[in-house]
Design a protein around this ligand. Structure first.
Ligand code: UD1
Length: 340
């Protein structure tokens, strides 16, 4: 069975393509390569022994999107990752974010409709919960006003899909990720931030390899046991597996509603200092870090209630923080070796 993965050369997309191909699916990737590299397709082939079909297309281009789905008639489901995701950049360039993330979704949904493709797994985020009043956060927790245009595009995208699914045969599983980190054990694919990383773990590994002077820890005056903010970090390959389960659920029509939502996290929260400690432990290195002001828009703490995903999807994140940090570090070292 053939699955379309938009954003399939990106960080979460590439790991999901590997998981899909390992489960016997054929994959067509659509990516505009705005934040990823074409050679990721070869790395996927190296890991799985199978090269996915690659189409360099910008989903904002309605005509090309329609043509592409028409060409690949046998696609039975879509996993939609393609989107811009830098929180800070989205605050500075809201229209760019809305145009990219919203137009691309609408074009994709229209192209799916024209080709009678009913199944979509959507890449959402825990950002839609804001700072929840109750922790751990459940899928039916009230959604807060998004703190950034990026976050708002995730909320708006879910609404667009819900409205469409109410009047068509479209079925969707929206996966709300907590903080995906780490890399595939082969160290052939991983997170490839362009420029200065926004996210904590690539910043840590880049500091350790010498690309950054020190790790800036954003805030040590939060109401947590060590004063630094808490997130629910989840290994990228655990996250990727959940996508295979979700698309299978839609294809086998075992979904219980037209639009379902699942939290994907471990259910455990770790502070920034605990992440740093874990990195130091597994790498045997001492990290240089400094406390700086809180980052605007950051929330204090969030972690997932994963019981619904555990029960309904039969899925559970297996890997712990140390394992996540080892894989992230191996990936950074592999990148450095290639650069030499
Ligand atoms: C953010 C988004 C999330 C999105 C993800 C993708 C919000 C609330 N969250 O996650 O929806 O999917 O980015 O990019 O918008 N930190 C440091 N130093 C750094 C970097 C981060 O101390 O150099 C801290 C942050 O303050 C935070 C934690 O590390 O407490 C994790 O930050 P990060 O990796 O950027 O992810 P989020 O902001 O949680």
């Amino acid at each position: 069975m053939k699955i379309l993965v938009t954003g399939g050369t990106g960080y979460i997309g590439s790991h999901t393509v590997v998981a899909l191909q390992n489960e016997g699916f054929d994959v067509v990737i659509i990516d505009n390569l705005c934040n990823s590299e074409r050679k990721v397709v070869d790395s996927i082939a190296q890991i799985t022994g199978k090269k996915p079909i690659f189409e360099e297309i910008d989903l904002v281009d309605r005509k090309k999107t329609l043509e592409c789905l028409k060409k690949h008639k046998d696609i039975v489901g879509v996993i939609h990752f393609a989107a811009l995701k830098a929180v800070g950049e989205s605050v500075k360039k809201p229209l760019f974010y809305y145009r990219n993330n919203i137009y691309s979704l609408i074009n994709l949904l229209e192209a799916m409709q024209s080709n009678a493709i009913d199944n979509i797994v959507f890449s959402s985020s825990c950002t839609v919960y804001g700072q929840p009043d109750q922790l751990p956060v459940k899928e039916d927790s009230p959604l807060k006003k998004a703190k950034s245009p990026y976050g708002n595009t995730k909320k708006m995208s879910e609404d667009i899909i819900i409205d469409t699914s109410e009047v068509t045969s479209l079925k969707c599983i929206s996966l709300r990720y907590f903080n995906p980190i780490g890399a595939h054990k082969s160290a052939l694919i991983g997170e490839l931030p362009i420029g200065i990383p926004d996210n904590l773990v690539p910043y840590i590994t880049q500091a350790a390899i010498g690309k950054r002077k020190y790790v800036r820890v954003f805030g040590n005056d939060y109401n947590t046991h060590d004063g630094t903010a808490i997130r629910d970090y989840i290994h990228i390959t655990d996250l990727a597996k959940a996508h295979v389960i979700a698309i299978n659920r839609l294809l086998s029509k075992t979904n219980k509603k037209q639009f379902e939502i699942f939290n994907l996290g471990t259910g455990r929260g770790n502070t920034v200092l605990e992440v740093i400690e874990s990195f130091e432990k597994v790498s045997g290195l001492k990290l240089n870090y400094k406390f700086v002001d809180r980052r605007k828009g950051d929330i204090e703490k969030v972690w997932a209630d994963t019981s619904f995903a555990n029960r309904e999807l039969g899925w559970k994140a297996e890997k712990g923080l140390d394992e996540m940090m080892i894989s992230a570090w191996n990936w950074e070292k592999a990148l450095a070796q290639k650069a030499d």
